[in-house]
Design a protein around this ligand. Sequence first.
Ligand code: C2E
Ligand code: CA
Ligand code: CA
Ligand code: CA
Length: 279
Amino acid sequence: AKEQGRNSFQYFTDELNLAAHEWLSIENGLHQALERNELFLLYQPQIDLKSRRLIGVEALIRWRHPERGLIMPDKFIPIAEQSGLIVNLGRWCLDTACRQIRAWDSENFYVPRVAVNISARHVRNSRISEDVCAALAAHGVEPGRIGIEITEHTLLENVDTISHTLNDMHRRGTYLALDDFGTGYSSLGYLKLLPVDELKIDRSFIRGVAERDDDIAIVKAVIALGKTLGKKVLAEGVENFEQAGVLEALGCDAIQGYLVAKPLSSVEVKSWTAPPLPF
Ligand code: C2E
Ligand code: CA
Ligand code: CA
Ligand code: CA
C-alpha cells in the first residue's frame, strides 16, 4: 500500500509539473504571439430577428501557434487573465477591430458594429475607457461602431469603479453588452445602475429553449426583464430553426449562433447571407 501511495503521488506531481510547464509555455508564447502577429480575429454575425439584417459581429480571438497549430481561446484566455497579459490582449483586439471596420468601410462593406470581449480585469483597472478611445481615434472610427462584451459575474466586485468606467464609455457612445447573462449571480439589483445596452442570454439556456420548460421560463424572464429596463436582448448559440422560432415568438430582439453563421474570417463575412428563417 505504501508503494502504491508513493506511485500515485509520483503520478500526481508529474501531472502537476506537466500542467505548470504547459501553463508557462503558453504564458511565454503569448508575449511573442502579440509581437509576431500570431493572433487573429474571426467575426460571428448577429442578426435582428425582425428585419433579419446584420446588426453586428462578435470578434472572437484565435492563436495560430508556429508549432502547435491553431489554439482556441479557452486554452489561453484564462492564462492571460492570470498573468495580466489580458489587458494587452484586449488592447490588441480593440485596435484590430477598429482597423477592420475601417478596412470594410473602404471596401464599401458596412458592418454596423463589432463587439469585442473585454476582461473584467481590464475594466477594473479602469484603463478600458482610454484604450477604447485610443483605438477609435487611431483608425477614425465612430464610438457607436464598437461594442464591449463583459461577463455578468465579473461585475460583482468593485461595483462603484466599474459603474464609473462603464458610464464614461457609454457617455462617449460605446455600446455595452452583458455577456453570458443568466450564468452569474443576482446582479439584478444594480442592473438598473449600469449603462448596459444589451443582455446577451447564455448559450446554456438557448440549447433547450425549444424543448425544456425551465429553459423557456428563464429565457422568457430575461426577455421580459430586458424589455422592462429598456435593453436589447440577444440570444447566443442559436443552432436551429426551432430555437429561432421560439425566440422570435418570445420577443427576443437578436440572435447569434451557427444557424446564422459560424465565426468567419474578415473576407468570408463579406459573402455572408441571412438564413431563410421560416417564420
Ligand atoms: P463567448 O463570448 O460566450 O463566445 C461565444 C463562443 O461560442 C465562441 O467560442 C463561439 O465560437 C461559440 N459559438 C458561437 N455560436 C455557437 C453555436 O451556435 N453553438 C455552439 N456550440 N457554440 C457557438 P470561442 O470563439 O471558442 O470563444 C470561447 C470564449 O473565449 C468566448 O465565449 C469568450 O469568453 C472568450 N473569448 C473569445 N475571444 C476573446 C477575446 O478576444 N478576448 C477575451 N477576453 N475573451 C475572448
Ligand atoms: Ca462574448
Ligand atoms: Ca457569450
Ligand atoms: Ca457563453
